[in-house]
Design a protein around this ligand. Structure first.
Ligand SMILES: *Cc1c(COP(=O)(O)O)cnc(C)c1O
Length: 411
């Protein structure tokens, strides 16, 4: 783990220096690992210097189907040559079929198409507030939404208003009111915080950015029951956890829970274009009236064509099955590392948060060493390494990545 001296770590530092010069005009809101990627195929990406790396981040689950999946590339290319943007001032022939297929996949009535994940979250906040005033009878301007500690729902000013991560929030106020943060995984805390102004509980069924935190198995069912009892909407942010990652279409499926609204993004765009959506039933999503919400690019024909192909790929259950089976293998191998440089492993399907023993190094140091061994992964919250390979990954590629981690932890 000691990165001094010549050798591979030195090469990474040189590559990093070259990137610093090339990217001098780039705002510094990211601190990327020192690798510059130029192409990708399946679970593999290739750097500008020609070296191949196994992609164990998959763009935070936006590349669930791997890079350049032929079905998705074909759908995009075909649509590129027909029409790409109409605006919602007019209908387009791709949007209806996309919405119909996505609603069916989620077993809901309606789809509200947007672009980024944060926009899906923002859209849901508007929908549940309007539902609160128009259907539940909350006094005007009083609606509250309960959220969880450690949450990550995006980067807009309203969303960071209810983050408890100082780096996401500090110096970006004044903050949007109307949110209460309670500890994640604690139903009693939700019950205590809930009152007649509460319109929704907004949660990630598994918290991704927090380090792939899986709540107790009875948590989401208890949240569902509480929402039913108090006439509150359950909004599941499945932007990272959804669309096959955990071994089922939605992470909520793992515990048999159906939320009122699903928030989807990332993989919905197949890693090609940003596509997000709020999916729910008529009684909730039906509150929106023409003119109350929109987006110039939301539901554009290119996004809809790619999103439709993504939904079709999920219909067979093949990718969910792969995530389930290969996930067992990944987690089995990672659990064997606990006590040998790893203090804990969490997750579901092809998604793992690996807590690194501080005596071994930081999460970032481990990711730098993995990079030298040809594996791309990303640290989160200092000491956790997150692994989320594309769902097209093969068993021997998982072994390659875990062998690399094992070797890193040993040195
Ligand atoms: C990534 C993410 C978002 C935000 O998505 P963007 O497309 O980056 O705006 C929201 N919620 C969760 C759970 C996410 O992982």
């Amino acid at each position: 783990m000691n990165g001094n001296g010549p050798g591979p770590a030195g090469n990474a530092a040189l590559a990093g220096d070259a990137a610093l010069v090339r990217n001098a005009a780039l705002a510094r809101n990211y601190a990327p690992l020192p690798v510059t990627l130029a192409s990708g195929q399946g679970a593999w990406v290739t750097g500008v210097e020609g070296r191949r790396y196994l992609d164990f981040l998959a763009a935070y689950s936006a590349v669930n189907f791997g890079h350049s999946h032929p079905r998705l590339v074909a759908a995009a290319k075909e649509q590129l040559e027909r029409i790409t943007l109409t605006s919602r001032a007019f209908d387009n022939d791709r949007l209806g079929p996309f919405a119909t297929a996505l609603a069916a996949l989620a077993r809901k009535d309606l789809v509200l198409p947007m672009n980024t994940g944060a926009e899906a979250v923002e859209s849901a906040i508007k929908v549940v507030r309007a539902w609160g005033y128009r259907r539940k009878g909350v006094p005007a301007g009083q609606a509250t939404i309960l959220v969880a500690s450690g949450n990550f729902h995006g980067r807009t000013t309203t969303i960071v208003s209810f983050s408890d991560d100082a780096s996401a929030r500090d110096d970006f106020g004044p903050y949007t009111p109307g949110f209460r943060i309670v500890p994640y995984g604690d139903v009693a805390a939700l019950r205590d915080a809930l009152d007649d102004t509460t319109v929704a509980i907004l949660l990630e069924p598994i918290q991704g950015e927090a380090g792939v935190i899986v709540p107790p198995a009875d948590y989401l069912p208890a949240v569902r029951a509480l929402c039913d009892e108090r006439n509150v909407l359950f909004v599941a942010d499945e932007i990272q956890s959804g669309l096959g990652r955990t071994g089922s279409t939605f992470a909520c499926d793992l515990v048999g829970v159906v939320p009122d609204l699903y928030l989807l993004g990332k993989a919905l765009g197949g890693g090609i274009v940003p596509v997000s959506a709020v999916v729910g039933d008529e009684d909730v999503l039906g509150v929106l009236r023409p003119g109350e919400h929109g987006s110039t690019f939301g539901g554009n024909p290119l996004a809809a064509a790619v999103g439709l192909e993504v939904v079709r790929m999920l219909e067979s259950g093949e990718y969910q099955e792969r995530a389930r089976e290969l996930g067992e293998h990944l987690h089995g191998r990672l659990h064997a590392l606990v006590g040998s440089g790893v203090t804990a492993v969490r997750g579901a399907g092809l998604w793992a948060g690996i807590d690194i023993d501080p005596s071994v190094g930081t999460g970032r140091q481990v990711c730098l060493a993995l990079l030298e061994r040809g594996v791309l992964a990303k640290d989160t919250h200092g000491s956790t390494v997150r692994m989320a390979p594309p769902l097209v990954v093969e068993r021997d590629e998982i072994d390659f990545a875990v062998d690399a981690l094992e070797a890193v932890l040993r040195t």
